[in-house]
Design a protein around this ligand. Structure first.
Ligand code: 5AD
Ligand code: SF4
Length: 408
């Protein structure tokens, strides 16, 4: 029986893809190990969203040469977005790589490992993965058709398509029966989901009808697809988390237009207000130093953040990705990027601290991910003195906030 060590870089979509590939390997009789030295196979699932992410994946692959040389028959599988972008070129620089399986090819992983004939696998029916988490990730869409000017994702993951709701609902049911408390629906533009007239909102409503479900999240929505039907679904279905991670990218209409985001600052502010009115906390992604971003554009992002009071934000310096339209534009000086990132992070720190502080004295539903750590529906981390079973969902009074943790 072969043992597989898994290393995943990047987003939750990659986490879900890793699980899918691990299941394929389990069907071939493999088991998972947390100890690299015990492994016969290393599966590296990679990210290429920014240059830095790709460097991280490649330098990890480089370091695996030593691991591989220590024993005969060790194998390395390099998968995911960086694998898709670089393809067979990887083997030239890293000849110790055995299999390359790009992000567009996750569904075909079984045939890839079979055709390579590298492993003497035994077939196993009904494989399962050991899952210690009370949270189940469920892919509902693949790819992205938005083609935001800076983004490599549509090129490495292909055009968007939605998966059959019948299969999604069956997957949700099975995860809940195995003990999951929370479901996270995944897609690059998850709220653009639409399958032969079956909308994202309809899917949310059908999933909420499962008795065993405690909480439903979704990642990552696009502001463009936030509509009346969705807002009404949030109002009607309290199991849907009172939090949305809504990447805005910029607060300047001019930059948003250049990025091809399909919304203006004003439309964004109106949608953020509508979400707040339903009691939804919002976190976001922001890019600083996009080419052409003037001081005034950056100022617009800052003032939008002040109005929106995000509970958290991932802030990124613009990274040119070859093949995207924005990579052809003249870059700003790195110094400007550093300075703007600093200012923005400072602003976000303030709003995040304030968001945590607002929770003190309230009662929140906490879903435990560890015995003394859980998450509220509006996505704040809570620490307790008392221990709870992982997966338990408990209403707790929040005593106080300490920077980015709540104590209950
Ligand atoms: N440069 C910097 N940040 C980027 N992102 C996507 N592409 C780039 C890029 N070229 C950020 C966006 C997105 C998040 C996942 O990564 O903010 O929402
Ligand atoms: Fe990239 Fe835009 Fe698609 Fe998000 S919506 S994955 S930023 S192209």
């Amino acid at each position: 029986m072969k043992k597989v060590y898994l290393q995943t870089f990047g987003c939750q979509m990659n986490e879900a893809d890793s699980q899918e590939m691990m299941l394929t390997l389990a069907a071939k009789g493999c088991t998972q190990t947390d100890i690299l030295e015990e492994a016969d196979i290393v599966l590296v699932n990679t990210c290429t969203i920014r240059e830095h992410a790709e460097h991280k994946a490649l330098s990890y692959l480089g370091r695996l040469a030593k691991w591989k040389a220590k024993k005969d028959d060790r194998k390395i599988i390099f998968a995911g977005c960086a694998a898709q972008r670089l393809g067979q070129k990887i083997k030239k620089k890293f000849p110790h790589t055995d299999i390359i399986n790009g992000a567009k090819n996750i569904d075909n992983f079984a045939s890839v490992i079979e055709s390579q004939n590298l492993f003497d696998f035994e077939d196993k029916t009904n494989p399962t993965l050991e899952n210690k988490s009370p949270i189940a990730l469920v892919n509902i869409m693949r790819g992205c058709s938005c083609k935001c000017s800076y983004c490599i994702v549509p090129y490495v993951r292909g055009e968007a398509y939605s998966l059959d709701p019948k299969n999604i609902l069956a997957q949700v049911q099975s995860a809940l029966e195995k003990g999951a408390s929370e479901i996270v629906l995944l897609g690059q533009t998850v709220n653009a989901y639409s399958y032969k007239g079956f909308s994202f909102s309809k899917l949310l409503r059908e999933i909420c009808a499962f008795d065993k479900l405690a909480r439903l999240r979704y990642l990552s929505p696009h502001p463009m697809f936030i509509n009346e039907e969705f807002l009404n679904t949030l109002k009607d279905c309290p199991k849907i988390a009172r939090h949305i991670h809504l990447p805005i990218q910029s607060g300047s209409t001019r930059i948003l237009a250049d990025m091809k985001r399909n919304y203006t600052r004003e439309e964004l502010l109106a949608k953020l207000k509508a979400l707040r009115e339903i009691g939804i906390e919002v976190s976001t992604d922001i890019i600083v130093g996009y080419p052409k971003e003037t001081e005034k554009d950056f100022e617009d992002t800052l003032t939008l953040c002040q109005k929106a009071q995000f509970s958290a934000a991932y802030c990124f310096k613009f990274s040119p990705r070859k093949g995207t339209p924005a990579a052809l534009l003249k870059e700003l000086d790195q110094e400007i990027l550093e300075k703007r990132l600093d200012i923005l992070l400072n602003e976000i720190k303030k709003s995040s601290k304030a968001a945590y502080a607002r929770q003190a004295g309230t009662t929140q539903q906490v879903l435990f991910e560890k015995p003394t750590n859980g998450r509220t529906s509006n996505n704040f981390w809570v620490r307790t003195k008392k221990k709870y079973p992982v997966g338990a969902v408990v209403d707790l009074q929040i005593k106080e906030s300490k920077d980015t943790i709540l104590l209950a």
